[in-house]
Ligand binder design. Structure first.
Ligand SMILES: Cc1cc2nc3c(=O)[nH]c(=O)nc-3n(C[C@H](O)[C@H](O)[C@H](O)COP(=O)(O)OP(=O)(O)OC[C@H]3O[C@@H](n4cnc5c(N)ncnc54)[C@H](O)[C@@H]3O)c2cc1C
Length: 425
């Protein structure tokens, strides 16, 4: 279950089995010298297939893995073997090329689901570009989040920016910086039951000349187009007072693709080079700390994100933790990740905080795109249109496909009828 079954450079896709990691796929592409930039999450240790099933994301233009998915092979609870999309045709070469197949599209039933064990995946990959630039946009004030996100999502809707920009706040900028002086200051605050005061963060920000927010994204283009894209991006942000734009440009050679060796490992893997480097920051509160991400989906203007952010920041600080912002912008939504690092002695406090964040967000009409296993039922309970019609529908399907609830009962809040009435779900 760990084989790369095919990598096709011409059409830019791969077919992988369940156990293939992002590192495996990247290394094989390098070994074969293919001009492909596979998407990888911030840390590359996971399974390409399972991360896709969980609606995970990476940082190339095809970083929304559930969108890049094209064809599943699935073992159903009764042991039957199913292929979705064009894979439903025997020996179809279109399995990794045309997602829809014929009739109802059933791929969606296997995301974040307990209706089958997915064993193979077709996944689209971004071709290596001719020219490439990594861009960082810093804005000075906390409220600048609104125009920053609004401008980024507009540039995405217009296909100027193709990969999802990530946004860091001053806490994250400081924590991931190489400034030993900053880490010494953080050391005095980052420990169980304590967090870094905003006054201290503001002093650090002013002294270092950093922005309150920093957005990271890249531009991918033919050589002739890249300079114009850079100019268009610069022009779009001129309305934000005090904005600073830095970029690293790979102007490229016509007809030749940029390689991973040209770019080298990046802080955020926009060119698909896998890394485990971000794991180091998880030890910053205490060695061996855990982390949990509260990840609501929010409309993309920046206004709604800012409003949610202020309430979540207050909650996080009052609970004694730091707010590490890992926001991700897409054309029509943003994911506002509040990544919280906690120690073993803080499990009760972190659980209370997470439940408060869930309740606050639900009150604002938002829910998470993906959640920790402890909260799958609570997140599902927020999908309550028409007396939770979606739950009834999922139970009907579960009863049909897996009447004895063999596969992951309760995953994403989906139970069969028998368990549901027994445990009162
Ligand atoms: C610092 C840090 C940064 C991170 N950055 C990112 C990021 O940028 N993007 C991102 O997406 N994630 C990120 N993560 C989360 C995580 O590390 C990755 O998503 C990783 O890929 C998860 O492992 P996995 O994909 O193997 O899935 P797992 O977590 O092992 O599995 C997910 C779920 O899939 C289900 N499942 C497993 N196998 C099957 C199967 N065969 N069929 C059906 N269902 C199945 C199970 O129910 C399981 O609960 C980050 C984590 C950390 C700590």
């Amino acid at each position: 279950m760990d084989k790369i079954l095919e990598i096709n450079e011409e059409y830019a896709y791969a077919i992988v089995e369940l156990g293939v990691s992002f590192f495996d796929l990247f290394n094989e592409i390098q070994k074969r010298g293919l001009n492909l930039w596979p998407s990888v999450p911030a840390i590359g240790w996971g399974s390409v297939l399972v991360n896709t099933l969980d609606r995970g994301f990476g940082y190339t233009p095809l970083g929304e893995h559930a969108q890049g998915q094209c064809g599943f092979e699935v073992v159903l609870p009764n042991g039957d073997l199913l292929r979705t999309g064009m894979g439903a045709m025997k020996n179809s070469s279109l399995f990794p090329l045309y997602k829809s197949g014929y009739g109802p599209n059933i791929d969606g039933m296997f995301f974040q689901s307990n209706l089958g064990v997915v064993t193979k995946l077709g996944i689209h990959i971004t071709p290596a570009p001719e020219a490439y630039a990594t861009v960082e946009v810093s804005v000075p004030r906390e409220e600048d989040l609104v125009p920053l996100v609004g401008t980024l999502s507009d540039l995405m809707r217009r296909s100027v920016i193709l990969n999802s920009p990530s946004i860091a706040n001053i806490f994250r900028i400081a924590l991931t910086s190489r400034e030993s002086e900053v880490h010494e200051i953080f050391g005095g605050y980052m420990k169980p039951g304590s967090n870094v005061p905003y006054k201290v963060l503001e002093d650090i920000r002013c002294k270092q000349g950093w922005g309150f927010w920093k957005a990271y994204f890249s531009l991918y283009a033919p050589t002739e187009v890249l300079p114009s894209l850079i100019a268009a991006v610069k022009r779009a942000f001129t309305t934000i007072e005090g904005v600073e734009i830095e970029y690293r440009e790979f102007a490229g050679i016509p007809g030749k693709c940029i390689t991973a060796q040209d770019v080298e490992e990046e802080e955020i893997p926009h060119s698909g080079i896998p890394t485990l480097a971000p794991l180091a920051m998880l030890d910053s509160r205490q060695e061996g700390s855990g982390n949990i991400c509260f990840s609501p989906i929010i409309p993309p203007s920046g206004r709604e994100l800012y409003f949610w952010y202020l309430t979540a920041k207050k909650r996080t600080y009052e609970a004694g933790f730091d707010f590490f912002a890992d926001f991700h912008v897409y054309p029509r939504y943003v994911i506002g990740i509040d990544l919280v690092i906690y120690t073993a002695s803080e499990t009760i406090a972190i659980d209370r905080l997470y439940r408060d964040l869930l309740t606050d967000a639900a009150g604002q009409g938002y829910s998470e795109y993906r959640t920790h296993v402890s909260y799958i039922g609570e997140v599902a309970s927020h999908f309550d249109f028409n007396d939770s019609a979606i739950r009834r529908f999922n139970t009907t399907i579960k009863d049909l496909l897996d009447p004895n609830a063999i596969l992951s009962p309760g995953k994403s809040g989906i139970w069969n009828s028998e368990s549901q009435s027994r445990i009162g779900k």
